[in-house]
Write a protein that binds this ligand. Structure first.
Ligand code: PMP
Length: 448
């Protein structure tokens, strides 16, 4: 252990970690980053195959974004956002409204993904309080959903690992059986099915719509659940059902927005507009915490009145609309436009698929390869035929992660799912390295 690692463990409590794990696997202290690589203080380099928790789009230490930060810093670092505004936020809002699905015309700023989800839930609830449907106080989310870690966001999480222990302090929400395409109960295939599994959502909404303010969903890909991809027909049906029963559709595009799924926003796969949309992560290309919640004129109007009506949405965070964050977001959008990112990603995602199919699919423990745009994953199984999964206590993914780090790739699997969500600047050679190391690490794990 080097001296920085010793000090780190003396003082720091890391996220999403059992700190005891660090006894024989101390945190890797990163000194600098460039492109898809991170370099530690001991001179090792790691390919960041997970975009540092799905945030990085254009590589570490990107020249254009560095410059945008420097020039914004010369002007204004931060200003209170109530009664005050600034050009970077105004420009960003205009551009975001112009590019997100139709009808999302108002932008509300938050600091991180979870806080945008909190704002979305509060907004939806308050809307119905102010429009006379007072019984609409609950939310629904599908199995394996993940929407962040703050208390409200955890209430709409259905991954026990993160939320179970907190149940007594969480909101009472409806958990609806959602799509599970790899282990489809209808023996169908996500590419050709009619989202038959939607029947569970239909039942819940039909029966409980009077109590339900909104359904929150990760469009197309359930990230934390292990990059579970489902049919866009599910979203189409959800849009219609929400319209029929006056339920808000809240699209959590925090992980899938900004081109991850091949479209700028994942809702585009289904051609739907949600009532509320949450964005973060890629919004600032992996540089700074910033999030947005977008909503419709109709919802906005339910809050617009004399101050004394007490209808305002009083949600606020100290760093709301941070100008440096907004300047980075604007430059992120410039890069998308100038560098034809989505077009180039189409070629990269095809290459990624070819390589993954060539190098991973024949392994006896690889149950499925799934991909949507720049998100790809393989699910490891005990038995290919039955799709039986490994006992979580074996920590298969975690052990493969540790092996892959020795070979210079940061994979960080989710349970038994090894996924690839690299920065868009990744080259074909680097994709090859990433997938080859994944295969080598899977082999090593199963051989020992
Ligand atoms: N929603 C989704 C779909 C996410 O993937 C995440 C983060 N992984 C969040 C919400 C929470 O975002 P944050 O970590 O910025 O709070």
């Amino acid at each position: 252990m080097n001296s920085l690692q010793t000090k780190d463990l003396n003082y720091i409590w890391h996220p999403c970690s059992q700190m005891k794990d660090y006894e024989d696997f101390p945190p890797i202290v990163i000194d600098r980053g460039k492109g898809v690589f991170l370099y530690d203080v001991d001179g090792n380099k790691y390919l960041d195959a997970v975009s540092s928790w799905w945030v990085n789009l254009f590589g570490h230490s990107n020249k254009r974004i560095n410059k945008a930060i420097a020039s914004q810093l010369e002007k204004l670092e931060h200003v209170i956002f109530v009664n005050f505004s600034h050009e970077p936020a105004i420009e960003l809002s205009e551009r975001i409204v112009g590019m997100t699905p139709e009808g999302l015309n108002k932008v509300f700023f938050a600091d991180n993904g979870s806080s945008a989800v909190e704002a979305a839930l509060k907004l939806s609830f308050q809307y119905f309080q102010q429009t006379g449907k007072l019984k609409k106080t609950k939310f629904a989310a599908i199995t394996d959903s993940y929407h962040g870690e703050t208390t409200g966001a955890l209430s709409v999480n259905n991954i026990d690992l993160y939320s179970k222990i907190y149940k007594p302090i969480l909101l009472n929400t409806f958990k609806v059986e959602g799509p599970d395409c790899f282990r489809c109960k209808y023996s169908l295939n996500r590419d050709i099915c009619n989202a038959e599994c939607f029947e569970h959502m239909e039942e819940t909404i039909k029966e409980h719509h009077e109590e339900i303010a909104g359904v929150i969903i990760e469009p197309m890909v359930q990230g934390a659940a292990g990059m579970k991809i489902y049919s866009p027909i599910y979203l189409k049906k959800l849009r219609k059902l929400c319209d029929d029963y006056d339920v808000h559709l809240i699209a959590d595009e925090i992980a899938v927005g900004f081109g991850r799924t091949g479209k700028m926003f994942a809702c585009e796969h289904a051609g739907i507009s949600p009532d509320i949309m949450c964005l973060s992560k890629g919004l600032t290309a992996g540089y700074l915490p910033l999030a947005l919640m977008l909503t419709t004129d109709e919802i906005y109007k339910a809050f617009y009145d004399e101050y004394t009506s007490l209808k305002a949405f009083l949600h606020s965070h100290s760093y709301t609309g941070n100008p440096i964050g907004c300047a980075v977001a604007n430059e992120t959008l410039n890069i998308f436009e100038d560098e034809k990112v989505l077009e180039k990603n189409m070629v990269k995602s095809r290459f990624l698929k070819e390589k993954a199919v060539e190098l991973l699919l024949d392994h006896p423990n690889v149950g499925e390869f799934r991909q949507l745009g720049m998100i790809a994953a393989v699910e490891l199984v005990k038995n290919k035929e039955t799709r039986e999964t490994f006992d979580w206590k074996k920590r298969v993914g975690y052990k493969i992660y540790r092996i892959a780090l020795k070979h210079g790739v940061l994979l960080r699997p989710l349970g038994n799912v090894i996924y690839f969500m690299p920065p868009y600047v990744i080259s074909e050679e680097e994709i090859d390295l990433m997938i080859s190391v994944a295969r080598k690490s899977i082999n090593e794990y199963f051989e020992t």
